[in-house]
Design a protein around this ligand. Structure first.
Ligand SMILES: [Fe+2]
Ligand SMILES: [Fe+2]
Length: 226
């Protein structure tokens, strides 16, 4: 694993309940004004975690292709965040609270069908990543196979998340109305506490930051073109 001392220091600093000020019951019917975290914002910032994982995967792919060392524990931890936070939590929210509403209303049904299928495909790819990363990677063939699965994950999830951000989530509030939208925010919060525990989002962000540091891609400024 990555340095457990470093990890607990980071987690200790960040392991606080989600900012109570932004999670107070909605005062305005959930219009999004007044600083609350709306369901759309909640889902989109989980996509932010997914994007940071895909950036980690990009770096792992580069190293695997180039026969450079890849800290397998970092890759396993990254895939573990995908499984725990994205597949078992974020996608469950979409499957339980969003997709059925669109399906019942007969809205965006083709898109929802593809998104559902891609969740299933993503789980299979993550299973492959975990299996391959735990296996012997001395042979370049195994490394290239692993790189291929990581590439397949990123290839699917970049447009998947972008489509949800720009089409599905913006349509949600209009579909359910302000009151139900506000109630969804409360249901998401309850679910987050039950599935991920207190401060689940913040802990996941801290873990991803630690993994970025371990792969040497934590310095955002270093990616600014000169
Ligand atoms: Fe999704
Ligand atoms: Fe999503």
């Amino acid at each position: 694993m990555t340095s457990s001392v470093g990890m607990s220091a980071v987690l200790g600093a960040c392991a606080r309940p989600r900012d109570a000020a932004v999670r107070e019951p909605k005062q305005d019917g959930g219009s999004g004004e007044g600083g609350e975290v709306t369901p759309g914002e909640d889902l989109m910032r989980e996509h932010g975690i997914l994007r940071r994982i895909m950036f980690l995967y990009d770096e792992a792919i580069r190293r695997l292709d180039g026969r450079e060392e890849v800290p397998i524990n970092v890759l396993l931890s990254a895939a573990g965040v995908v499984r725990r936070v994205i597949e078992d939590y974020h996608e469950k929210l979409e499957e339980d609270f969003l997709f059925p509403r669109f399906e019942r209303a007969g809205k965006l049904t083709d898109l929802v069908a593809v998104l559902r299928r891609q969740h299933q495909a993503g789980r299979i790819v993550t299973g492959d990543v975990l299996t391959l990363a735990r296996g012997p990677l001395g042979e370049q063939a195994g490394r290239l196979k692993l790189a291929d699965r990581l590439r397949a994950f990123n290839r699917m999830y970049r447009p998947h998340a972008a489509r949800e951000d720009t089409v599905l989530f913006p349509a949600l509030r209009a579909l359910v109305g302000g009151k139900a939208y506000a109630e969804l925010g409360e249901q998401f919060e309850d679910k987050e506490h039950r599935v991920l525990g207190e401060g689940g989002f913040e802990k996941a962000v801290a873990e991803v930051a630690e993994l970025e540091a371990a792969l040497g891609i934590a310095d955002l400024a270093s990616f600014t073109p000169t």
